[in-house]
Structure formats: C-alpha cells, structure tokens
Write a protein that binds this ligand. Structure first.
Ligand SMILES: NC(=O)c1ccc[n+]([C@@H]2O[C@H](COP(=O)([O-])OP(=O)(O)OC[C@H]3O[C@@H](n4cnc5c(N)ncnc54)[C@H](O)[C@@H]3O)[C@@H](O)[C@H]2O)c1
Length: 317
C-alpha cells in the first residue's frame, strides 16, 4: 500500500486529514515543525510516522523519500497561514510558503510522485465584486500571505504541467471545526466559542453584517482526499475552490453560537478592520463537476460539533 506524505499534519486541517487517511488503512508520514501545530493533534496509530522538521529542509525531505520508497502522494498543508505575520515579516512568509513548496515539489518530482495536493486559499482573490467567486476570477491578493499562497500555487501548477504529476490546488474558504486555534485567520469561530464558554462578551469588528463562507473541516478533508483517491482514474492539473458556497453574516454566526452555548446575543461592536472585505463567498461548482465533491455539514451541525469539542476540552481541564 502506498504511503502519503502530509506536511502540516500536526495542524488543524492536516491532523484531520491524517486521521481520515489512517481510518482508510493508509500509511502516513507527517512532516511538521510544530510552529503552530501541536503534538497532541498527531494521530498515534502505528500507521503514522511523525517527523519534526521543516518543509524548507531539502536534505530531510530527500531522506524521508529514500526511507519510504512507496511514497507516491504528497498533501502539502504546512504553511505560514496568517495574514498578520505575513505583513510583519513578508520574507519569512515567502520562504515558508514559496520556498517550502518548491523544495517539496522538486524532491517529489525526483521521486516520481504521482499526486500532489496543495492547500491554497481564498486569500489569493482579494476584493472581488462578482459573487460567488469562481476560479476564473482575477487574483489580486491583499496581503503577502495571499501573494505567497498564489505564487506557490503557480509553482504547483507548473510542475503539474511539466511532469507526470497529478496536481490539485485547493482554494479553501474559511475552514472551521475542532482543533482550530483561536489565532488563525478563520479563527473567529474558535474565538467566539472560547469567549462564550468562559462567560466573556464577544467583540464584532464592524456592524456584523459582513459575510463569510464557512466550510466545516470534515468536508474539507473529503475535498483534500478525493483528488488523491481518484488520481489513477483521471489526469488532473487544476485549481479548485473548496467552500460552502453560502454567505453567513458574523451576526448570524454569533447568534447560532449563542443558541448552542445557551447565551444571549449581546456582543460588543468596534470599528471595522481596515482593508477587511465586506462580502466573500466562493463557488464550488468546478470541484463538484470534476470530483463530485459537495459539503454535507450544515453550519448549524458544524457549529454544534465544534462547540461540543471545546466544551469537552474545558471539562478535561
Ligand atoms: N484554516 C483555514 O481556514 C484555511 C483557509 C485557507 C487556506 N488554509 C491553508 O490550509 C493549510 C492548513 O492550515 P491550518 O488552518 O490547518 O493551519 P495550521 O497552522 O493549524 O497548520 C499548519 C501546520 O503547518 C506547520 N508548519 C508551519 N510552517 C512549517 C514549516 N516551515 N515546516 C513544517 N511545518 C510547518 C505548523 O506547525 C502547523 O502544524 C495552510 O496551508 C493554510 O494556508 C487554511
């Protein structure tokens, strides 16, 4: 059976992807430097080998491939994944997101990897008037993070065109669910839940009427795994949005969370964040057409499961 390399497998999305592959009987090597990931997220199955290391370290990645000759797929989720640090240190963001991706692609190519799945982001689009945003839309990132995700995405596509490698670049909307840390870009849900569970007042930046596209992590995991499972059937080199294709206002989001937690809806409001996009949601028609992928978890259900998870963490403390 083939082995899959998952970078960022100690992080939020990567740890769920690892769990799902292990459940399907697939062996996984996790490469993660634990910069934002957490050891307790790492699946403890004997089918998982954890290597603490950096995606920019080509000697290490070469060694990993040599030790695992059956490794024919890479799921690349490791990244500097926040806008703020990318503004403070764009060079570091570039090195992790672009150099890290190209390093991985080069070693993967040398070892004749068949499938490479890359986690891109809705941040590559920037401000877009035409909603829902399709993959054909112009890309004008508003942050170094968006720019580095886009540059890496283009390297991934270039390698897919040059070599016999199935590649999918998945542009995630706002992913949420258990294990998400409160200080990530889409961490608003975790922030609200932590506040509500500890009896503090949540803060909404702006009037709360701004909308976002929230997609539950289990659905995202299926989107990540599908191209990999289907790689023997079709040659793929493409960019795909992964989204709920629906808009939720921040006020609606908080209202559902308050109901789930059993609080009244009574947030504080502050001025909106400069540069914040008012409305954003992504079409997922393309990935539905090519891979028959659709999200199945409603916002209510996803939030319920997420609240349960954070409640259980508090109970364990
Ligand atoms: N969460 C979202 O809503 C969202 C939205 C769009 C795109 N994405 C993308 O999805 C991917 C996963 O995001 P996440 O939310 O799980 O973030 P995360 O921070 O939880 O996971 C990223 C993981 O990568 C690891 N990592 C970071 N730099 C590394 C390096 N140089 N070498 C090795 N490992 C390194 C971290 O330790 C962490 O475990 C990222 O590529 C991110 O850009 C996430």
């Amino acid at each position: 059976m083939d082995t899959v390399l998952i970078t960022g497998g100690a992080g939020f999305i990567g740890s769920h992807v690892t769990d799902a592959l292990v459940e399907s009987g697939i062996s996984v090597v996790v490469l993660d430097n634990l910069s934002t990931g957490n050891r307790r997220n790492i699946n403890l199955s004997p089918a998982v080998t954890f290597i603490e290391g950096d995606v920019r370290d080509d000697d290490l990645i070469e060694k990993i491939f040599k030790k695992n000759p059956s490794m024919s797929s890479v799921i690349h989720l490791a990244a500097q994944s926040k806008v703020g640090p990318s503004l403070n240190n764009p060079l570091e963001d570039l090195m992790i997101n672009v150099k890290g991706t190209v390093t991985l692609l080069e070693v993967a190519r040398r070892h004749e990897v068949k499938t490479f799945v890359y986690a891109s982001s809705a941040a590559v689009y920037g401000h877009v008037e035409n909603l829902p945003i399709t993959e054909e839309e112009h890309t004008k990132p508003l942050s170094p993070y968006g720019a580095s995700k886009l540059a890496a995405e283009q390297y991934v596509q270039t390698f897919g065109a040059l070599y016999d490698m199935n590649i999918s670049a998945l542009r995630f909307a706002n992913v949420y669910g258990p294990r998400q840390s409160a200080d990530t870009e889409a961490g608003v849900i975790t922030i609200f839940i932590e506040k509500l569970l500890s009896g503090r007042t949540p803060l909404i930046q702006g009037d709360g009427q701004q909308t976002r596209d929230f997609v539950y992590v289990d659905d995202v995991v299926k989107a990540v795994i599908t191209p990999f499972l289907r790689s023997n059937e079709t040659k793929v080199n493409g960019v795909f949005n992964v989204s709920s294709q629906s808009q939720t206002t921040i006020n609606q989001l908080l209202m559902v969370l308050c109901r789930e937690v059993g609080n009244t809806f009574n947030p504080d409001y502050s001025s909106e964040r400069p540069g914040d996009i008012k409305h954003s949601y992504l079409s997922h028609d393309k990935i539905t057409k090519i891979f028959n992928w659709k999200p199945h978890t409603s916002l209510n259900e996803g939030l319920k499961r997420t609240v349960q998870y954070y409640r259980s963490l508090l109970e364990d403390c």
